[in-house]
Design a protein around this ligand. Structure first.
Ligand SMILES: [Zn+2]
Length: 132
């Protein structure tokens, strides 16, 4: 499917998120995992937002999930979709869905990791996962 992709702005990178952006630049999704409550969280934080433990570490994610909810920005110069993705790890990630028919998106639709490049890096986004 040929589509015009909108340009994304480079993010503000902090020491807490540097690894996340470095991983994304290398085509990986890095999530923060808490060894205390045994749950992933997003966005990345050193202190677990679920139990306030500092026993957190980076874990690579295969980047599979389903659309929890979404909204299509039809009036933007290049229409696009934002969505809350419920990852297989159980955490929720606000992102974009690309390479898709904006009229065919659905809650519960399976999606997989993809990347939108920006100057100096890449933004983790998702696309429909049609694989069985
Ligand atoms: Zn925790």
């Amino acid at each position: 499917m040929t589509q015009v992709q909108r340009e994304v702005m480079p993010p503000t990178i902090s020491p807490e998120t540097a690894h996340f952006w470095e991983a994304a630049r290398n085509g990986k999704l890095a999530l923060r995992y808490c060894r205390s409550c045994k749950q992933h969280h997003y966005y990345p934080r050193s202190i677990c937002p679920l139990c306030f433990s500092d026993e957190t570490e980076w874990r690579d994610s295969p980047g599979r999930g389903v659309i929890h909810s979404f909204s299509v920005m039809r009036k933007a110069p290049v229409p696009y979709a934002i969505a809350y993705i419920e990852l297989a790890e159980g955490t929720m990630m606000l992102s974009n869905v690309i390479n898709c028919d904006l009229d065919a998106l659905a809650i519960g639709q399976r999606v997989r990791l993809q990347f939108l490049p920006f100057d100096g890096g890449a933004l983790p986004v998702f696309e429909p996962d049609d694989a069985k």
